[in-house]
Design a protein around this ligand. Sequence first.
Ligand code: FES
Ligand code: FE2
Length: 427
Amino acid sequence: MLTPEDNQLLTQTDAGTPMGDVFRRYWIPALQTEELISDGKPQRVKLLGEDLVAFRDTEGKVGLVDERCPHRGTSLYYGINDGCGLRCMYHGWKFNTDGECTEIPSEPTDGKFRESVQLKSYPTKEVSGIIWTYMGPKESEPAFPDFYWMNLPRENNLVERVWQECNYAQAMENDLDFVHAAFLHKAHATQEVEDGILSSDLGIDPNHPLVKNPPVKQSVQDTNFGKRCIAVGIGTEEENAFMEIHYIFPFYTYPPRFGGEDGMWHAFVPRDDHSTWTWDVQFAHDRAIDVEAQHARRGLKLDEDLRKVVNADVEYNQDRDLQKTGNFTGIRGIANQDHAATETMGTIVDRTREKLGTSDLPIIHMRRILLQQAKAFQEGQEPLLLENQSLKTLYSEGLYDDKNKKWQEAFPLQEQFEKKKQAVENK
Ligand code: FES
Ligand SMILES: [Fe+2]
């Protein structure tokens, strides 16, 4: 349970809010590389409550700029993208990817005036199929994050984003919730899935350790990237199943996986306070990803704006007969199941009214670090630094080990992920 003030602090991310200012100190995924083509149609993308437009110029450079033209505010989404710039459809003012005004046809002789015009623009980098941006102060730009999956061949990754109709925090809380898999994602019968794929569109196999409920134990460790959440689950007669979720500050996760299963990385980027760009990267460690199987498993159907077609308006196509025979929810697609659970809470859930149990431990810890970092930032402390030597080798794994072993012994945190003594002393 949170106070109304803390719920606000946790969920509000516009410019000038404490959490919004912390988030602006990290590199953020904005669009997929293939969404922009040179001199092609610009794309609208709202990030942290800011209306932005992205375009790829004649030379392939990406601009991410304010949607509103600095002249009189017409949307640049409707503009003309050619000749190394985006031109407003209203009076023809033209801007390059850095937001500099390169032409004002209505004032051809006044160079000084043109030079005084600046369109808000954010730096971008294209890495592993994603156009990333940094929306914070120039002097505080952090090192670009080097996530594990970025070091795999491109064909080993499947990168997608979807518009989720709720605040980022509740979308992310779902990822830190081990127990929901045992209900929301439970298929009633064994599923026929290809090697490495966690589930079918119906859900996860009833004898998968994620679905065998309840977990024997849950625990959370402080790390140098955020939190490591551990669940000890029911495995076999002799062995327990040890699972982990990595929460990387401020809005990245690696959900639980077992050996041989494709990995998953998520980013929950606030679109505004009521919606989220949920990024999903599926990655296979040593082979090309099976795109078709992953699509079927997730089961999302999206429109041009990357919004779900199967949504609350059509009650997620819930099928009550399927619910009796096929799976726990009667909803097809693992991602649809997650979205249905989190969106039906309302876009910002009222955390003053919830009743958290012991199974919600990872969520409590995630909120704690977010609130603590936002408050410390307000008092002048720098936000958590993500160290690339750790990120590079980090992903979630699962294993079976002796029932009598303590999790600390069976499933220790690797040394390079440990929180430095220095950082603890600073707290
Ligand atoms: S409003 Fe854009 S050029 Fe006038
Ligand atoms: Fe889920």
